[in-house]
Design a protein around this ligand. Structure first.
Ligand code: TYC
Length: 101
């Protein structure tokens, strides 16, 4: 008869999960000037004029556009700063965040 001793596993699994990334989303509105949206995208997200214009016009036509994907705290800080830049000028410009699937 074979007697195989099975050693119980003692080491806990150390699988490191990467923190989920969060999308920053730009929402269209009827009041914020296009050039202002482009300027905020350039200033807060380091976009070129071309890239910022593409993102702005996509949000304008479709209602919203993903601006970028960041760690949660960075996404929230950027969305808040960009939204505040609009509010300071009296515009309803809105950036929100949501976890990436
Ligand atoms: N719809 C705005 C206008 O026609 C421009 C705009 C574009 C505003 C994108 C917000 O996320 C936005 N003046």
């Amino acid at each position: 008869m074979s007697q195989t001793a099975i050693k119980p596993r003692t080491k806990a699994e150390t699988r490191t999960e990467r923190p989920r990334l969060h999308k920053v989303i730009l929402h269209n509105d009827d009041y914020t000037p296009r050039e202002f949206v482009v300027a905020v995208l350039k200033a807060e997200f380091g976009m070129t004029e071309d890239h910022a214009h593409n993102v702005m016009i996509t949000a304008h036509r479709l209602g919203s556009c993903v601006v970028g994907v960041f760690a949660k705290d960075i996404a929230e800080t950027k969305a808040t700063r960009a939204t505040d830049a609009g509010r300071e000028m009296g515009f309803p410009l809105l950036f929100t965040t949501e976890p990436e699937d």
